[in-house]
Ligand binder design. Structure first.
Ligand SMILES: [Zn+2]
Length: 321
């Protein structure tokens, strides 16, 4: 990072810290499990996440500075249409209740990730745009609040082409929201996206910027490496972001809910395209990460989605930072 941009970042960080109370309250009003008073007392509850009203959270990955950026919230009823497909609501409710959160609904956050790497500004996924109604699509506001100009984003890494990850790429009038950014996604995902007729305008807009890659490609030497996690979509990819001895695994949609997906990774979630493969990928990723202690960034876990997995009994739990 050059000096002027470092100074600007520092000033932006100070300004943000100083006005975070006012700025935050305007951005997000949706409830979250963090609001549940029982969560703090439950013996199995992961550490309390950042306040549900925050729109940006700064942290470090070794020498790199990074910011979690809130895009919004999705709330789903506990009706086995998405989580625990084939089970009864009571089964899902038992797991939620044991963790001290409401049992009638499941809350997902959406938080794309920004990483500053020298002169490069790297964005991982782009949120929902207009795809999921007024509860999401707030990435632009969160970027502005963090003092980041969308035109300065140099690279966007897409985990997969679902609407809550590519929705922020293009504005309602079909213009690129990040006009100077290369867009990276796997060749398999690009091929799949390109065939979706409904998304033809999006495909046409982003096509000149897309640079497809092979599974597990090294994308920014020494800093960003793709990590294939199969099953969710045809070319779903996680990303490992490294600086020195430190690293962060951006898991994309290999998992969705910080309790259900982690404590019951074998349960079917309707969002997965290939259930058997996605389930096997999820079980392995969580178990391996619990053994290695890998630091994880989960785009749909309670904001800011930073933490790791720990072994507990026969399984694992999410431990937020
Ligand atoms: Zn998603």
């Amino acid at each position: 990072m050059n000096k002027p941009s470092l100074v600007v970042s520092l000033i932006a960080a100070l300004v943000l810290a100083a006005c975070s109370k006012t700025a935050d309250v305007q951005e997000t009003t949706a409830p979250s499990p963090a609001d549940a008073p029982a969560a703090a007392q439950a013996p199995d509850a992961p550490a309390a996440p950042a306040p549900a009203t925050a729109t940006a959270f700064d942290f470090r990955i070794g020498e790199l500075s990074a910011t979690a950026l809130k895009d919004g919230d999705i709330e789903l009823p506990n009706d086995n249409q998405v989580f625990g497909v084939g089970l009864k609501p009571e089964g899902v409710a038992a797991v939620l209740g044991a963790n001290g959160v409401p049992t009638d609904k499941l809350h997902l956050s959406i938080q794309p990730l920004l990483v500053r790497a020298g002169e490069s500004l790297l964005l991982f996924d782009t949120g929902a745009g207009g795809n999921f109604g007024p509860g999401s699509g707030k990435l632009a506001g969160s970027l502005a609040g963090a003092g980041i100009d969308p035109a300065k984003i140099t690279d966007i890494f897409i985990s997969h082409s679902h609407g809550d990850h590519i929705g922020g790429l293009v504005s309602a009038d079909g213009k690129l929201n990040f006009p100077n950014a290369r867009i990276h996604l796997t060749k398999a995902e690009w091929d799949s996206l390109s065939k979706q007729e409904k998304l033809a305008p999006v495909v046409a807009a982003i096509q000149p910027k897309v640079t497809p890659f092979s599974p597990n490609a090294e994308l920014v030497p020494g800093i960003v490496k793709a990590v294939e996690v199969r099953g969710h979509t045809p070319g779903h990819s996680a990303y490992l972001i490294t600086s020195g001895e430190q690293s962060l695994l951006y898991v994309g949609d290999s998992m969705h809910h910080y309790i259900v997906s982690v404590q019951k990774p074998e349960w079917t979630i309707s969002f997965d395209g290939d259930n058997a493969t996605a389930t096997a990928s999820r079980i392995k990723l969580i178990a391996d990460s619990a053994v290695s202690g890998q630091r994880v960034y989960a785009v749909h876990f309670p904001f800011p989605g930073l933490g790791k997995f720990e072994k507990k009994g026969d399984g694992q739990v999410w431990v937020a930072e």
